[in-house]
Design a protein around this ligand. Structure first.
Ligand code: BGC
Length: 349
């Protein structure tokens, strides 16, 4: 028996089969094609799940359960995607649709929440109990694990760091707001800033080309291209500022930076660390580890599989802290609320 983990991204859908020990057995991916709408995306998720199962020689019934991370606000208890800005989805009943197609139990959560779970289970977060993970990609996501439990806030919209407001009256965001962090520091924002620089006549060793992405800009920054460096520095400054604010709010033990751009390593992480330290001033844990995600592109699907496993094991477990909420509060996740990592020796980095 194994678990199916799915990571639905703004650009790519990834799916993998994961065993109960967290080993990735098979994986696959396909372009999301968000512009074609939710039904088309759902069809691609199902086809990909079938392909991955087939590659492992498994029938669907041999999949214990499935978990899926979605780039948006998810009401976990109802399996409802309330708002996914970069997919242009609103109130899509993903859990019911997917469970009906797969014929297996399905749990849906935010993509960054499950990535944080994945890193805590198998990656850079091992050994910590409270961490903040930030994922940088088409948008910016964040997952907060506090004392071993995913913090989703009321109705699932807690820890949406990509939409904290950084600039008054700033650029419009797909969420409908303005000046959100993801308009200033996501992979998409880096590409936009770089193109603006080129259009303003700034010289660069990197030319505009179809499919130009943050990866190329980060590589150019590592080669000391001045425009690319400036773009990365600008994104890092906003990330450092937003992280400092989050650190002052929740006081995590460690910060993990994930998503494609984090794969570039120190060229992005070093300026984030130094802006974070500058913004925190005396308010810092020394050292406050700011780590690159270790599971790379697999964090989301491994975390989604972990969440599915948790659902199988702890179905009846109430959400930690639910008793402190008003009795008439309906939208709070009563299931899938917590995650307690296996007991292991606490190692600090
Ligand atoms: C969404 C988040 C998501 C992030 C990364 C943001 O636009 O609002 O929920 O985690 O993108 O995909």
């Amino acid at each position: 028996m194994c678990l199916l983990g799915i990571d639905l991204g703004g650009t790519t859908i990834k799916a993998g089969l994961v065993d109960r020990q967290g080993q990735l057995l098979a994986r696959g991916q396909v372009a999301t094609g968000a512009a074609e709408g939710a039904r088309a995306v759902l069809g691609r998720i199902i086809a990909l799940a079938g392909e991955v199962a087939q590659r492992q020689g498994l029938a669907r019934r041999e999949i214990e359960a499935a978990g899926i991370g979605v780039p948006g606000w998810v009401d976990v208890a109802r399996g409802l995607v309330r708002l996914a800005p970069n997919l242009f989805w609103r109130d899509f009943p993903l859990q019911a649709e997917l469970a009906a197609e797969l014929g297996r139990p399905v749990v849906v959560d935010n993509d960054a929440h499950v990535a944080a779970l994945g890193e805590m289970w198998q990656g850079a977060g091992q050994g910590y109990r409270s961490l903040l993970m930030v994922t940088i990609g088409t948008g910016i996501g964040s997952g907060l694990i506090l004392d071993g439990r995913v913090w989703r806030g009321v109705a699932g919209y807690g820890a949406e760091m990509g939409h904290v407001k950084m600039v008054r009256g700033g650029l419009p965001c797909h969420c409908g707001g303005r000046g959100c962090l993801e308009t200033l520091a996501s992979a998409t924002a880096m590409v936009r800033m770089f193109r603006e620089g080129l259009a303003a006549g700034r010289p660069s060793s990197l030319q505009d080309q179809p499919g130009l992405g943050a990866r190329e800009i980060l590589a150019a920054a590592a080669r000391d291209d001045s425009l690319a460096r400036e773009v990365v520095d600008c994104a890092a400054s906003y990330l450092g500022q937003a992280l400092a604010n989050a650190v002052l709010l929740v006081g995590p033990e460690a910060i993990i930076i994930g998503g494609g751009p984090a794969g570039a390593g120190e060229v992005l992480l070093a300026p984030i660390r130094s802006y974070l330290a500058a913004y925190l001033g005396p308010w810092q844990l020394k050292p406050l580890p700011v780590l690159a995600a270790r599971l790379g592109n697999d964090a989301g699907l491994i975390g989604a599989a972990r969440l599915a496993l948790h659902e199988q094991q702890n179905r009846e477990e109430p959400l930690l802290g639910a008793s402190s909420l008003p009795a008439n509060h309906k939208n709070v996740s009563a299931r899938g609320g917590g995650y307690v990592p296996e007991p292991r020796k606490h190692k600090r980095r």
